[in-house]
Design a protein around this ligand. Structure first.
Ligand SMILES: Nc1ncnc2c1ncn2[C@@H]1O[C@H](COP(=O)(O)OP(=O)(O)OP(=O)(O)O)[C@@H](O)[C@H]1O
Length: 500
């Protein structure tokens, strides 16, 4: 949508005589320029209020006050406090439009809410309208019936391309790979224009487009959109080759890579998400991260611990905010680790029933989202898994990740021995595989790491024999948690498909 069309839509909304218009956005400058266009054709007085500048005639508007025969005389300095500004608003002539910038922190004050409501009640006769512009506006219930929401279109890919071109023309040539540049521009979509311009300039300073620019854009985007403490941007991702086994899962993912990245070109619906359920340390987290690296999209981990809040309703609000940010960060993988713990609600004492309400919000998002967010949920405890989440159709597939077979253990040893520079050929690995039945991948890795320390202490180069000693002194999960694992397998048998 062009700025002209956007201004038309806003103009039409104002013409419905709604007393309050709410515009949730980071793009204050762009919104004010829409009002500038409207002022020119509506012949209305437009005022802005901000805590730093008080109530003023909107700067840059083409209509001068004198055209209206002089408005109420208001000293901006006296109206920096919102109650005074509201009183002054009441004195403005009929038809005036007052834009309150960043008013959201004040909306929880009952006196402010009441004063706003009074202005809204008089609006019908007086024709005054008020507008809230800010990000994350929590509208008090009293004002809801008087308010209409106006959505500002985020920057589209075409807008980003145009801006990139403008900056590029000014800057001169750049080198780098076309794919990275495309991906860079795609991730700038949805950011406010000033941030896009700033990032484009940063990207162009060294004349080379590289993956470090991509990481910078993603971090900046996440910061701008907020929720940085709720969604953790994971930057070090393992390659899929570092995940041993899980052949069925890997094949499933391979078939869905293109449809995820470009469903239209593939002519297939985009995959939406999987649940990886399984034994502790079996590589679920590793696989979740590897999906993002294989699909070359960023990975965001939702931190359920940070979501929980002692205040009623806050956890749920934070979850919705985090999901909104994930949508804006798409295409991406959203990893919900230990989802069963997050949704059980055990962490938020004061927010009773938080887990239930959060589940409701999550299910709604899962059903309705149209962004390219691939959800990977991981869980190792069926007790806390809400049955609603497991219903058919919630996830594209539920994979069960079991303890590794001999063949997979062989690959796990190869990967980790190599990583820790312990030399061993197939014949050297074979006895390790034999003596690690019932070990998880995490336990195998732990044995390799411990062997390195032991060898270091003995002043010897690390050998497979040192790993064997560690295996022999470990009581694996399959022994210590035999019952729980048997129960988990039993449960998974007819509800999940094997990742192997
Ligand atoms: N299949 C595997 N291939 C290679 N390494 C593995 C595999 N499984 C586990 N590991 C090693 O064990 C580590 C821990 O595994 P990971 O955290 O992915 O397990 P998990 O199933 O998510 O465990 P939890 O349920 O306890 O969170 C991995 O980082 C990796 O080093």
């Amino acid at each position: 949508m062009s700025q002209f069309q956007e201004a038309d839509e806003l103009f039409a909304l104002l013409n419905t005589k709604t007393p309050i218009v709410m515009i949730e956005t980071h793009e204050e400058k762009r919104v004010l320029s829409l009002f500038e266009r409207i002022a020119a054709r509506s012949q209305r007085e437009i005022w802005t209020w901000s805590a730093s500048r008080g109530l003023k005639v909107a700067h840059g508007l083409k209509v001068s006050l004198t055209e209206f025969g002089g408005s109420a005389s208001i000293d901006a300095a006296d109206t920096k406090q919102l109650p005074e500004a509201l009183q002054a608003t009441d004195r403005l002539p009929g038809g005036a439009l007052v834009i309150f910038l960043d008013v959201h922190p004040y909306l929880s004050n009952p006196l402010i809410t009441r004063a706003m409501k009074e202005i809204a009640l008089k609006s019908e006769g007086k024709g005054q309208q008020i507008v809230f512009v800010g990000h994350d506006i929590e509208l008090p219930a009293e004002l809801v019936p008087f308010t209409s929401r106006f959505e500002v279109e985020p920057m589209t890919i075409d807008m980003v391309r145009k801006l990139f071109k403008e900056e590029l023309d000014r800057h001169g040539g750049i080198s780098g790979c076309r794919k990275t540049l495309d991906s860079l521009m795609r991730h700038m979509v949805g950011l406010p224009e000033p941030s896009v311009r700033h990032l484009v300039r940063l990207t162009l300073t060294d004349g080379v487009i590289c993956t470090a620019d991509l990481a910078r854009v993603l971090s900046a985007k996440q910061e701008t959109l907020g929720a940085a403490e709720l969604l953790v941007f994971e930057q070090k991702l393992p390659a899929m080759e570092e995940v041993a086994g899980m052949k069925a899962l890997k094949r499933w993912l391979l078939l869905r890579r293109e449809p995820f990245l470009d469903p239209e070109a593939a002519g297939l619906p985009a995959p939406r998400g999987v649940l990886l359920l399984g034994v502790q340390g079996a590589g679920k987290s590793l696989a979740a991260k590897a999906i993002a690296s294989a699909w070359q999209v960023p990975l965001f981990r939702m931190d359920f611990g940070a979501l929980f809040d002692k205040y009623q309703g806050e956890s749920e609000r934070k979850l919705r905010e985090a999901l909104k940010v994930a949508d804006a960060m798409s295409p991406c993988v959203l990893w919900m680790d230990e989802i069963e713990k997050g949704l059980a609600g055990g962490q938020g004492d004061g927010d009773t029933g938080a887990g239930k309400r959060m589940l409701g919000s999550l299910l709604t998002w899962m059903a309705e989202r149209d962004s390219s967010v691939f959800l990977v949920a991981t869980a190792n405890d069926i007790e806390g898994l809400p049955p609603e989440l497991m219903r058919k159709g919630r996830f594209d597939e539920i994979f069960f990740v079991d303890l590794p077979s001999a063949e997979v253990r062989h690959s796990i040893f190869s990967i980790h021995l190599q990583k820790h520079r312990i030399e061993a050929d197939d014949a050297g690995i074979a006895p390790l595989v034999e003596h690690s039945e019932g070990f998880s991948g995490a336990e195998i890795e732990a044995a390799v790491v411990a062997a390195r320390y032991e060898s270091h202490a003995r002043g010897e180069p690390p050998q497979p024999e040192a790993v064997m000693r560690e295996l022999l002194r470990t009581r694996p999960l399959s022994v210590t948690r035999a019952e729980a694992i048997a129960e988990l397998r039993d449960w998974a048998a007819d509800r999940t498909v094997s990742a192997d």
